[in-house]
Structures are given as C-alpha cells and as structure tokens.
Design a protein. Structure first.
Ligand code: F6R
Length: 610
C-alpha cells in the first residue's frame, strides 16, 4: 500500500525518485508525485492522478525539476479518492514542508479540526495532509524538535518521508508499523518502502524499526530509536540482481513469475534436503516441544491463507495434531484459544501485511511460539517472529502472487516432514518417498508449464464467461480457492470456490446452461466422488474444465468438456502441480480480456493498512 522513496545527495534527485517509484508501483498506482528541493528553485512539487507515466511526462523524466533532495510517492488511496489534490507529497500551507506517507493516521480528523480551528486551510481529503500542516504549526526553527512534537500527536501506522525547505541538508524518515528501509550510498542516502527502489544505486541497506526516526544527509544516516537514543542499525548486503525485479523479455511480471516457479521451488527446497533428510538449520524445536504442542494455528491473508488451507490437510495427516487455519484479519477479534503449547505458523510473502503482523503480535502476547514463513528478507514479520523459514522465491513484483505461493507451499511440506520426523510419527518408507518426490517437483512443474498453449486455448473458449465456479475436495478444494482468487483478481470475472460436496447445499442453484465449472480432481481417493459432482453440474448445463492426474485422464475426458492433465505425484505434493494450470488459466483469461494483469484495479501488493 503506497510506495515511498527519498533521496539526498549531490546529483539530481528527480530521475532517481522516478526510477525508484517505477519499482514500487506494485504497492499502489492510482496517483504519484514528487517534491524536490533546489537551491535556486526552492521546494517544487509535481503530482498527478494516474500512473507513474503521467508524472514522468509532466516532468520530462525528471528533467524539469532540479535539486539533490527529494521525496516521491505512488499511492493506493485510503482517505480521499484518487485526484491531483489527494496525491502525495502533501504540503503545508506555507509550502515549507512536503510529506510522503504510507499507512493511515487514525486520529487525522481530530487533528484536522484542531488545525482548522487555528485558521489553517486544508486542500485535500487525505489523512496525510494533517502531518504536513501539523509540522508547519509546530515549527519554530528546529526541524528535529518539530518532527518529534508532531509525531507525539499522531496515532496509527505510518512510514513518512519529510522534506523541509528550511533544512535542505536533511531528509527525515520515520517508521511506525509501515515498512521503511534506508539505502546507504557513497555521497548519497535513500529511503524507500522496499529495497527494490534502491538496489540500482546501492546494495547496502538497513531496516528501520517501529518508532525509529532517521536523519539522512548526503554523507550518512543517524538513527534514533523510539526513546530518541542513537542506535546503530546493522547494514545488510542485498545479493540478488536488479534483473530479478525486471520483466526479462516477458510481457508481464506475472508471466515471468509463473515460469520462474520450478527454479524458485529448487532454491527453496533443495538446499534443505541433505542425504535424503529434511534439514532445517533455522529451527530448534525439540521432540518434546513438538509432542507437547496442543495446536498449530496457521495465520495468514489471501493466497498465503490458501497455502494454510492446503497445509492443514497435510499437517494433520502427518502429525495427527489439530491444525486451525485462520484469516489474520479475524484472528485478533475472535478471542483465539492459544496457550504456551500453541505454535503459530504465520505465512506472508511480503512480511509486512498489517493484519498478519498484528495477529502474530497477538499470538505472541498470548504465549504462542511463532514460526514465520516469509519471502522478503528483513521484513517486519521475519524480524519479530521467534523462528523464520524464508521462501527463496526472489522479488515478486506482480500483484497476484504465483511463485511466492508455490514456495510457501513447498516450505509447509518441509515443515510437515521435519516435524513428523522429529516427533517420530512418520514411517521411513513414506518419509523417503515424499522426500524423493520433492526432488522431482521442479521437472514436473516444467512439463506443466510447457502446456501453456493448451491452457491459452481453453482461456480463449471461456474468457467471456460472467461467472466461474471452482470445485474440489480435500486439497483440490484448497487449490480451488487459490484458482478462484487468481481468476477474479486479475480478470474481474466473478468466481467462487466450493468444496464440491457443499454445492448441493445452496450454490448449485446458480448453475445454468453455459456456467463454467472448473473441476479439480487430482486427489485420487476422492476422484469418483468429485466426478459425481461434475455429473450433477453437467446435467444442469454447465461447461466443465477438468483437471486430474494422468492415470485418471481417460475417465475424466468422457465426462467433462476439456481436460488438463498433470503428472502423477504423492498426494501431499499435488497442490504444487495443480496450481500451475490455475495460474496460467487466470493469466490467459485476463490477457484475452485486455486487463492490466500486473496491476489489477483497486489492488496493491503489500497490504499495510487494516
Ligand atoms: C493474491 C495475493 C494476496 C496476498 C495477501 C497476503 O494474489 O497476492 O491475496 O496473498 O495480500 O500477502 P502476504 O503474503 O504478503 O502477507
């Protein structure tokens, strides 16, 4: 949600800010803006509703705005519709302060009323403008005192970049519950919501913690913690290449990321398999701890939650322990039953999703131990969890997740095998078989991805369907949830996923001639049951696109309209193969419908507001 970037150094800031914003656009893209301070020009602010291209055209790629200090913003609207006035930076009445913000100032209305009472005129509907105006109101010549006084009044979540025309040698960064990193350069410093925005300029980054305030100058950074004590932040070296965050010849990031899945799976899983064993060096759970574990609580949002749905089936089968999967946004408010014997498994690609973060903190407060599965190194969830297993998917740029989902799944398999082995509840034959089959997954994934043309054909048949139902049983149902989400979020077709047996309890009334049903029937023990459900929808006129394993193909083709076949694999690992055709189908349908695939309407990748 909203991307912010800032630069202070000895060269023109605007082109660097625009470049940084181009890498943050996945966080929100309804309007953009920048503020740059130049000695001769003073504080110049350019902002506009629309994509970054509008801003880039307005400033001729940054060439019309001069100065070596500035902040930039790409917005996902919360308070106030997308408009020129509501775009950031928000500026104080005198034009002295410019502020970019990611998050929500919860008490903005009260502050606004107070400032209006003092005669201050507001020009936007944003919560952010109160920060700029309050800075101005509190300003008596000292920048740090002003910022501190202002922050004391704010409630909510914020990452802020602040520029003051009276202090052109300083750029201020503040973090409270919204991500913010510092990029350390030689003769310049940057701030950003995410390392992707700075990596072209520097690979040395540090991560701010909640309550931190950083003062950036061209030559260095001073960080003060929430008590305003000076702290040394460790500097990490980012070792992935900038090309990992570029399209590399693909039309869309999503297409590239779908194709990267076999490699991402290899990188996530293979180094953790040694001599036929799952080795998770990162974890220190004792067999006693695991045996005494009363419940595994999986907490996540969106697609990460769908990974949790798959994991529930697998982990309960392997461990014979209760596994509860809960939406992070519900967890905090449902009075969850958590004890010191509860393990909370928190799943998040970004590691910054505010609901997941808040739920994790609540689980910890209630006494749970937290194991996080995270993709973004150094993210807040990764830093606050008791233990972390990283998914090595690399940067995921498309808003709709694909490779992060696949690697999260992979990590849940590893957790299941590792725990079961530690607890001594898995027999060696089964363990060896699953470990052996894990090694074959990437090759099988590649075989499915080669069928992309067939799936493109099915998409061309069905892309105009107004409504699609995904049905499945057991793990097929869990994958159906993800298939349905992928389709609706990027193609805007209404779709729902149902446990096939549930259809008859109401939803089947929506099936009429021509309705598309995607039937996932890869889980062999329930193949026949699922096919009975398929016959039921067929006899009400539905068109059915079926998915099953090769050995069941012959049976399926007799009943459905079109069949997608996937290679045979251990049932526990099926979701890793099932999901690929679902992703490809959603992608090709969206392509046919002319949708903006990487940046679907109303969405943003990292959901940092509640
Ligand atoms: C859907 C999608 C979202 C995320 C969700 C959680 O394609 O990407 O549903 O899965 O917003 O995000 P993370 O995993 O970053 O916590």
């Amino acid at each position: 949600m909203c991307g912010i970037v800032g630069f202070i150094g000895n060269e023109e800031a605007a082109p660097i800010l625009l470049d940084g914003l181009s890498r943050l656009e996945y966080r929100g893209y309804d309007s953009t803006g920048l503020a740059v301070y130049g000695e001769a020009e003073g504080l110049q602010v350019v902002k506009a509703k629309g994509r970054l291209k509008v801003l880039s055209d307005l400033t001729q790629g940054g060439a019309t705005v001069h100065g070596a200090l500035g902040v930039g913003h790409t917005r996902w609207a919360t308070h106030g519709a997308p408009s020129d006035a509501n775009s950031h930076p928000q500026v104080s009445e005198s034009g002295r302060f410019a502020v970019v913000h990611n998050g929500i100032i919860e008490n903005y209305a009260e502050i606004k009323e107070f400032l209006q009472g003092k005669g201050i005129k507001f020009t936007s509907q944003t919560d952010t403008e109160v920060v700029a105006q309050l800075l101005e109101y509190n300003y008596h010549g000292g920048l740090l005192e002003t910022v501190n006084k202002t922050l004391q009044r704010l409630r909510g979540a914020y990452a802020l970049g602040i520029v003051c025309a009276n202090h052109p040698d300083m750029l201020i960064a503040v973090r409270q519950d919204s991500p913010l990193i510092i990029g350390h350069g030689d003769g310049f410093q940057m701030l950003a919501s995410d390392v992707t925005a700075v990596i072209k300029y520097t690979r040395e980054v540090s991560y701010l913690d909640d309550g931190d305030l950083a003062i950036l100058t061209a030559d260095g950074v001073e960080v003060l913690d929430r008590y305003r004590q000076r702290v040394e932040k460790p500097v990490s070296h980012v070792d992935w290449e900038i090309s990992a965050a570029e399209k590399g010849g693909y039309e869309h990031f999503m297409a590239k990321e779908i194709m990267e899945q076999p490699e991402a799976f290899r990188k996530t899983v293979f180094p953790r398999l040694r001599d036929g064993k799952v080795i998770l060096d990162e974890l220190t759970y004792t067999p006693e701890y695991l045996k005494n574990m009363d419940k595994l609580y999986i907490i996540a949002c969106g697609s990460s939650y769908h990974v949790g749905m798959v994991a529930k089936y697998n982990l309960e089968k392997l461990l014979r322990k209760p596994v509860e999967v809960t939406l992070a946004s519900e967890f905090r408010y449902c009075d969850p039953i958590v004890t010191e014997h509860t393990l909370a498994l928190v799943i998040s690609q970004s590691g910054e999703t505010i609901d997941t973060l808040a739920a994790m903190r609540e689980a910890k407060r209630l006494g749970a131990r937290v194991l996080a599965v995270v993709n973004v190194v150094g993210s807040t969830i990764a830093r606050e969890a008791d233990d972390v297993l990283y998914t090595w998917a690399g940067p995921e740029i498309a808003v709709a997740t694909t490779k992060a989902y696949s690697t999260q799944l992979a990590v849940t398999y590893l957790i299941g095998l590792y725990f079961a082995d530690q607890m001594g509840v898995i027999d060696k034959k089964m363990y060896d078989e699953i470990v052996g089959q894990l090694l074959q997954i990437p090759t099988k994934m590649e075989a499915i991805l080669e069928q992309s043309k067939d799936i493109q054909y099915f998409a061309s048949l069905y892309f105009n369907h107004p409504s699609v139902f995904f049905i499945g049983r057991n793990i097929d149902y869990a994958v159906g949830l993800e298939g349905s989400l992928k389709l609706k979020e990027i193609s805007y077709i209404h779709s729902e996923a149902y446990a096939a047996g549930e259809l008859k309890h109401g939803t089947i009334s929506l099936i009429e001639p021509g309705t598309l049903v995607v039937a996932l029937a890869s889980y062999a023990p329930l193949f026949e049951k699922l096919m009975s459900n398929v016959v039921e929808v067929k006899s009400r006129g539905a068109s059915v696109l079926g998915l099953t394993v090769e050995s069941k193909g012959e049976e399926m083709v007799k009943i459905v309209d079109h069949t997608i076949l996937i290679p045979e694999v251990h049932p526990m690992l099926l979701p890793s193969l099932d999901v690929l055709p679902m992703q490809l189908f959603a992608y090709h349908v969206a392509l046919q419908r002319g949708c903006d695939i990487d940046k679907p309407r109303n969405l943003a990748k990292s959901v940092t507001v509640e």
